[in-house]
Ligand binder design. Structure first.
Ligand SMILES: Cc1ncc(COP(=O)(O)O)c(C=O)c1O
Length: 435
């Protein structure tokens, strides 16, 4: 299957080229040229299938033309080494817990899948190593580094701003060793991102090294996120609650929501989606008015959603042929201040005994406010609350238990290379890695 660019100025690419390039040459985002509707009997029987069986069926619809069936199966099964349980929080609202993977966030699914698929392509090509460059403000670095750990033929370079990520986050990508190198940049997250972008547009570097990125614009990272929407539906089906399903998605760059919209296009019976935002509300505003006005992000306690110009919005526009009416028919919006997020976390903890993280709290609240009496709601709980331990403890006034697998990272030895924010230094470093 070919992948076209949302900007339509670049040649359609093969799956392999789309995964290795990440972004299309015309700066657009790759989209699969077809989205297959899965047969009715799949949906009838979905409650009897395992997560691996469901994800294999979905992955085959996307990648089956380009990869041998056993490769798809192996990558899917290896990626999904953990479950995504659906946990009741109130009578009609369920939490889809996406934090049971190695780094306790939903990104584990996409990052692990992409690492394995890229590893397969690199081995098949049998030529140069691929160098994955990733700038992180905290969470992406850990999911990508852990997802790619030990994958042959791939080296990962994580650039993070000195003193601006939490200790837990830093430990998750600086203690791994092997094919993962962490670079501590004397600057901001924007400086890190600028260094990565500059490397992709430097002629000499691209002649000498095969460079790629692993952020959520990559089709191999965002399409696999559709798997867990199907698995959520299967769990509701087993509970006899699969009528009028509404899914609320805490959104920043809108990759997660876009994957859900793909699932709906494949026939998954979700009646509608809610895009739950913090105060960064450009998409909320678009849904209300039809005008899309990107602006600089503002800092909030749900910081992974502090995005002022969400990159995957281009995919949503493309999917709905730029029709505001069609988009607004499938997605409604919600936007919350830090006070509302904190108040929701406190209330749900006190009244329901369920500890939300600040991102999931936006998703929960949007359902509580929007769900109609005949609907069942699922919100995506995108990260474990312990990843935001300081914020969460200050809000709920109790100590948060740190899960063992998060604690294990804390015991490793932190190793990173200091780096200035000057491109010349970064370039010199990259040119030295092959010597
Ligand atoms: C914990 C958490 N929740 C929600 C989001 C937003 O997801 P998306 O960027 O796919 O909209 C992110 C993204 O970084 C995240 O880390």
């Amino acid at each position: 299957m070919k992948y076209y660019s949302t900007n339509r100025q670049a040649e359609p690419a093969s799956l392999e080229a789309a995964v290795i390039k990440g972004l299309a040459p015309d700066r657009g985002l790759y989209m699969p040229e077809r989205i297959s509707v899965l047969p009715a009997d799949f949906y009838e029987n979905i409650g009897t299938l395992s997560f691996h069986q469901i994800a294999n069926r979905v992955a085959t619809a996307f990648f089956g033309e380009d990869l041998p069936a056993e490769v798809v199966r192996e990558i899917v099964n290896d990626t999904l080494s953990f479950d995504v349980p659906l946990v009741p929080v109130s009578e009609r609202i369920y939490s889809l817990e996406l934090f049971h993977g190695p780094t306790l966030a939903f990104k584990d699914v996409g990052a692990r899948f992409m690492a394995r698929l890229l590893g397969y392509f690199v081995q098949r090509r049998g030529d140069r190593d691929v160098n994955v460059l990733v700038a992180t403000s905290g969470d992406t670095g850990s999911a990508v580094a852990n997802g790619f750990l030990g994958v042959a033929g791939i080296r990962v370079f994580v650039l993070y701003p000195k003193g601006k990520v939490s200790e837990i986050q830093e430990k998750q990508f600086t203690t791994l060793g092997q094919n993962i190198t962490a670079l501590e940049v004397d600057g901001t997250f924007d400086d890190c991102q600028a260094l990565v972008k500059a490397a992709f547009s430097d002629k000499e570097l691209n002649e000498k090294l095969l460079l790629t990125s692993a952020n959520s614009i990559n089709v191999a990272r965002f399409l696999p996120q559709a798997f867990y929407y199907f698995q959520a539906y299967a769990q509701l089906k087993r509970l006899g609650r699969a009528e009028n399903v509404v899914v609320s998605v805490p959104s920043g760059n809108f990759g997660n929501l876009t994957a859900g919209l793909f699932a709906k296009r494949m026939g998954l019976p979700v009646s509608r989606f809610v895009a739950a935002n913090n105060r960064n509300d450009v998409v909320y505003e678009y849904l209300q008015t039809g005008a899309y006005r990107p602006r600089p992000s503002v800092a909030t306690i749900a910081n992974a959603m502090d995005v002022g110009d969400p990159s995957n919005f281009a995919r949503i526009l493309d999917l709905y042929h730029h029709s505001h009416a069609a988009i607004a028919a499938d997605i409604s919006g919600a936007t919350y201040t830090d006070e509302q997020i904190a108040q929701t976390m406190r209330a749900v903890y006190e009244q329901r005994g369920y500890l939300l993280d600040p991102h999931g709290a936006c998703g929960y609240r949007a359902l509580e406010e929007n769900l109609r009496p005949d609907e069942t709601g699922i919100f995506l709980e995108t990260a474990h609350p312990a990843k935001f331990v300081g914020t969460v403890e200050a809000i709920v006034g109790e100590q948060v238990t740190i899960p063992e697998r998060l604690r294990r990272f804390m015991q490793g030895e932190r190793r990173s290379i200091p780096m200035s924010s000057r491109f010349a230094d970064w370039k010199r470093y990259l040119l030295s890695i092959d010597k």
